[in-house]
Design a protein around this ligand. Structure first.
Ligand SMILES: [Zn+2]
Length: 248
């Protein structure tokens, strides 16, 4: 018996668009991973969500993740990594200020919000958890469009991590990154087409400052606002707080 879930895939299921597999979604509780979670629910018979707690200053993300996983009706695991990235990024070091969007780049050309090694570690651990839950796929919401050049959000990185994972395990585990080539606008358009996804996004946390309602000034808030603006969709998160226009 498989260790997770009680659902049995029926040979007579009319869900022919599904891949009938088991997917584990790396799930932060943000906009992109929420969209990935609902994307996965459309495609796989069994979906699990895995959230990492790593001392991120905006721990409200984890509460968002819990709530959205409950809304989505998926099993949710929170893995505590302690202070493993402490001091490496403005996202994990409360003594560093979160830059506003126009000042987002550091001297090295990467924003101070870059967490070195984060996706390397996350995908390694996700593959291990996927293995133990008998999943054949790991889903991660990285995108190389619209982003500030994080090297671990590029297609080359995802492909190499998939090769590494497959070389290190005795079972092929795929890494799917459905948002990889999507702009924020296209990610919003994708979310609109998936039942329940927009409602879930009203509880997602994107703001680097962890502000509720979102600060509207950090790079992450501005990217999110730009995506919703360009897609012509009102952000359900702002709508939940009664804002008729995007925070700026
Ligand atoms: Zn913000």
């Amino acid at each position: 018996m498989r260790p997770y879930g009680g659902l049995v895939t029926s040979q007579h299921s009319n869900k022919t668009h599904r891949e009938n597999g088991r997917a584990l979604v790396v799930f932060s509780g943000g906009q992109d991973s929420t969209t990935c979670l609902y994307w996965a629910k459309e495609r796989y018979e069994h979906v699990l969500a895995l959230t990492f707690s790593y001392g991120q200053r905006h721990s409200i993300e984890i509460e968002s993740a819990r709530r959205i996983a409950e809304m989505a009706g998926v099993r949710h695991e929170v893995l505590d990594l302690g202070a493993i990235f402490s001091g490496l990024s403005s996202l994990t070091d409360s003594s560093q200020a979160i830059p506003e969007a126009e000042n987002a780049s550091s001297n090295q050309g990467l924003p101070s919000t870059f967490v070195p090694g984060r996706n390397i570690l996350f995908l390694s651990l996700a593959a291990s958890r996927a293995y133990s839950y008998d999943c054949d796929t790991v889903v991660i919401g990285v995108s190389q469009e619209d982003y500030a050049g994080y090297p671990d959000c590029r297609e080359e990185f995802v492909k190499l991590m998939e090769q590494t994972v497959q070389a290190g395990l005795d079972r092929p585990i795929k890494i799917e990154s459905p948002l990889l080539h999507l702009s924020k606008k296209q990610t919003v358009e994708l979310a609109v087409d998936i039942p329940g996804c927009l409602e879930a996004l009203s509880h997602s946390t994107t703001c680097y400052n962890g502000a509720v309602p979102p600060c509207g000034k950090c790079n992450s808030c501005q990217l999110r606002a730009k995506g919703f603006d360009q897609a012509g969709v009102t952000d359900p998160l702002l709508e939940r707080f009664g804002a008729s226009t995007h925070a700026r």
